[in-house]
Design a protein around this ligand. Structure first.
Ligand code: PHE
Length: 339
């Protein structure tokens, strides 16, 4: 029996020595020290010993158990340490490594100018509305007093999509949509993209941006139009900028005007940018035509209004002295990073 105990003990110690993970050491614990383990089993054979031998043998078994337990505990501690060390090694941070570069985005120059314009008009009590880029002929032309055969259609080269649909050539369509579902007093602006089949060059692009404005109420006159647009030009370009109202024509306004401001490049002396005139045209405007009010169910005998359409791209190129409108659409980072 002593012999057997020795064999079991050395087998257990050998197994502990060779184990390489916590799962193995647990299996060893069960195999030798568990309820049905080999060292436990040996105690059950004590009955075959003489009463003198029993305590001696008992002591030997207990010593063997204690030794195996101790070795197991040591091995487990060793394995746990190794595991932690391995983890630490795998997860080390090299704090001398250069950090990843984060680049911060910027607003596009068009958005910067648009944000300023929205601030200006909001401070005058205007609401901001949105309209679809794919429009019907009805909203883009018909309701704006431009029937199918009207010569004014030639003023704007249109991308037709078929089935009465087109890419809006002007944000003026928003005037109709607003008047159709809002009762006066109305005071809105509608910024957005517009499309025309223009030849692309330094001052023309098939897609550009307008900000439509519309005011309708009782007793609105040309003086209100002048006051609002002058105030706007002074806030955008500064108090010293002169503002000129020129008679013009739009089918949906009567009378109509175009508004010029002092050329910001030469201060009015005349240069390449203003083609020698000293002025830059920034918008078209006028008193809403009675036919347009009528088309939207508003009585022109009771209400009057004015509308305007500001060219956002022109405003942006003049403010930042950008010589070519195409730069606004190419999204070259080297260009955009300058703003
Ligand atoms: N929609 C006109 C254009 O694109 C501008 C405009 C708007 C004129 C509103 C008068 C009133 O040329």
């Amino acid at each position: 029996m002593k012999q057997l105990l020795e064999t079991i003990k050395s087998a257990a110690l050998e197994a502990i020595k060779n184990s390489s993970n916590l799962k193995e050491t647990d299996e060893i614990r069960v195999k030798y020290l568990g309820k049905k383990g080999e060292l436990t089993a040996i105690l059950k054979q004590m009955g075959s010993l003489t009463p003198e031998e029993r305590p001696k043998m008992g002591q030997l078994v207990n010593e063997a158990k204690a030794l195996v337990e101790e070795q197991l505990a040591n091995k487990n501690a060793e394995l746990k340490d190794a595991e932690i060390a391995g983890k630490l090694k795998a997860e080390t941070l090299d704090i001398t490594m250069p950090a990843k570069k984060t680049t911060v985005g910027k607003l596009h120059p068009l958005n910067k100018v648009l944000d300023d314009m929205i601030d200006i008009f909001q401070s005058m009590g205007f609401d901001i509305v949105d309209g679809p880029e794919v429009e019907t002929d009805h909203y883009n032309f018909e309701s704006l007093n431009v029937p199918a055969d009207h010569p004014a259609r030639d003023m704007q080269d249109t991308f037709y999509l078929g089935e009465g649909l087109l890419l809006r050539t002007q944000t003026s369509a928003a005037q109709i949509r607003t008047m159709e579902n809002t009762k006066p007093p109305i005071r809105i602006i509608c910024p957005g993209r517009v499309f025309r089949a223009d030849e692309v060059d330094a001052t023309h692009s098939p897609v550009f941006h307008q900000i439509e404005g519309l005011v309708v109420d009782k007793g609105i006159t040309m003086c209100d139009l002048k006051g609002v647009l002058e105030q706007f030009a002074h806030e955008i370009y500064g108090k010293d900028t002169a503002v000129k109202f020129r008679p013009s024509f739009f089918p949906f306004t009567e009378p109509s005007v175009e508004v010029d401001v002092t050329c910001s490049e030469c201060g009015g002396k005349g240069c390449r940018v203003c083609k020698g005139s000293g002025w830059i045209e920034i918008l078209g405007a006028g008193m809403v035509h009675p036919n347009v009010l009528r088309n939207c169910g508003i009585d022109p005998e009771v209400y009057s209004g004015f509308a305007f359409g500001i060219g956002l791209d022109r405003l942006t190129t003049t403010r930042y002295k950008i010589s070519d409108i195409r730069l606004l659409f190419e999204n070259d980072k080297r260009f955009l990073e300058q703003f």
